[in-house]
Ligand binder design. Structure first.
Ligand code: NAD
Ligand code: TYD
Length: 352
């Protein structure tokens, strides 16, 4: 296999760090470049074990800074780009939508343009892969699944910005011939997730004996995917997905929020040696998220049929591994929840 330079944007974030780790180990003859601004969500502590690997490079950079992006692309040819850098949290997009438009939309277009200029019509063996979300499809009722044909119907500033960036990626394919591929994935969970998202926030609160804030009636439903399995799916789609196509990725693992939080409470009680019901006593229903999507569910048949991918982690096992990781990495948790996190948290939950 020929050596390749692969650029991963957002590689210091949650999914990005798992993907970087996966690629660095699986493809020792590739050089994996991690381009990340290190926002509140990006953290080089997520990659300590990867740093000594000879085929890993980190570049601190902002996809909104066109000059630096151009300088990087002038200096280094890339065979492929997997683009994950984004503002990723729905609640933050409600508090401050503009950063989502800037990073997710303008930042994506900046990266598309940098790739187009560098490749200059020589697209053989090149690939621009955009990592997107199932939230672009909107909200489901009690039945049905999102397929690749489901019309886009984003409802939050986050999902609107991801839908827009997907459209720009497709437009660069149709207009300029850029060899792109897109995947739309359901909710990920696992180690290194920033504790503003449901599962690590609940783990953090159980550990610190704070209320567990369940939005609305707790009946909103998400499909959950073990992040390590998402990284494997990205690898497969990057190498074998068809150019110009979209692939849905899901865990086939739907949970109502309240049921998931109750299961997590059970897991935490077990790990902490507490009597059953201790953590669940912290559950607290709070005012709903504005525009809260009711249900997401993914039909990932295309990925399974075309590329043979299938998730297999069970929720109980995945939650146990996740919770154990947060217990074993209390310094990480402490570090990421100090400083600016507090300000966000107070804005988000005060008076709820
Ligand atoms: P994250 O918030 O944990 O990480 C985002 C990373 O992008 C961080 O390292 C951050 O520093 C970096 N970044 C942000 N702005 C940047 C900029 N201007 N320039 C360079 N780097 C910048 O996000 P995540 O949960 O790992 O999600 C990664 C991608 O996957 C996102 O595009 C997200 O939309 C998508 N996605 C996430 C999920 C999920 O459940 N988390 C599901 C489907 C799709
Ligand atoms: P989240 O992890 O923010 O992911 P997304 O909004 O992208 O699906 O939230 C997952 C679900 O959990 C969602 O229905 C909102 C809900 N939720 C709560 O009930 N309480 C919380 O404190 C958070 C962060 C989320």
């Amino acid at each position: 296999m020929s050596p390749k330079n692969l650029l991963i944007s957002g590689g210091a974030g949650f999914i990005g760090s798992h993907l970087v780790r996966h690629m660095v180990h699986r493809y020792p003859h590739y050089t994996i470049w991690n381009l990340d601004k290190l926002t509140y969500a990006g953290n080089l502590e997520n990659l300590r074990d990867v740093e000594p690997m000879p085929n890993y490079r980190f570049v601190k950079g902002d996809i909104l800074d066109r000059d630096s992006l151009q300088a990087l692309f002038d200096q280094q040819p890339f065979d492929g780009i997997i683009h994950l850098a984004a503002e990723s949290h729905v609640d933050r997009s409600i508090l401050g939508p503009l950063a989502f438009v800037e990073t997710n939309v303008t930042g994506t277009v900046n990266l598309l343009e940098a790739a187009r200029r560098q490749w200059d019509g020589h697209f053989a063996d090149k690939r621009f892969y955009h990592i997107s979300t199932d939230e672009v499809y909107g909200s489901l009722g009690d039945t049905g699944f999102f397929t690749e044909q489901t019309p886009y119907d984003p409802r939050s500033p986050y999902s609107a910005s991801k839908a827009a960036s997907d459209h720009f990626v497709s437009a660069w394919h149709h207009t300029f011939g850029l060899p792109v591929v897109i995947s739309n994935c359901s909710n990920n969970y696992g180690p290194f997730q920033f504790p503003e998202k449901l599962i690590p926030l609940m783990i953090h609160h159980i550990l610190t004996d704070q209320p567990l804030p369940v939005y609305g009636d707790g009946q909103n439903t998400r499909d959950w995917l073990w992040v390590v399995e998402h990284a494997a799916a990205i690898d497969l789609i990057y190498h074998q997905g068809r150019t110009g196509e979209t692939y849905n990725i899901g865990g086939n693992n739907e949970w109502k929020n309240i049921d998931l939080v109750r299961l997590l409470c059970e897991v935490m009680d077990g790990l902490l040696g507490r009597s059953p019901g201790t953590s669940a006593r912290l559950i607290h229903f709070v005012r709903d998220r504005p525009g809260h999507d009711r249900r997401y569910a993914i039909d990932a048949t295309k990925l399974e049929k075309e590329l043979g991918w299938k998730p297999c982690m069970s929720m109980k096992e995945g939650l146990e591994q996740t919770a154990r990781w947060y217990l074993d990495n209390s310094e990480w948790l402490e570090h990421v929840t100090s400083g600016a996190y507090r300000t966000y948290y107070d804005q988000q939950y005060r008076g709820r």
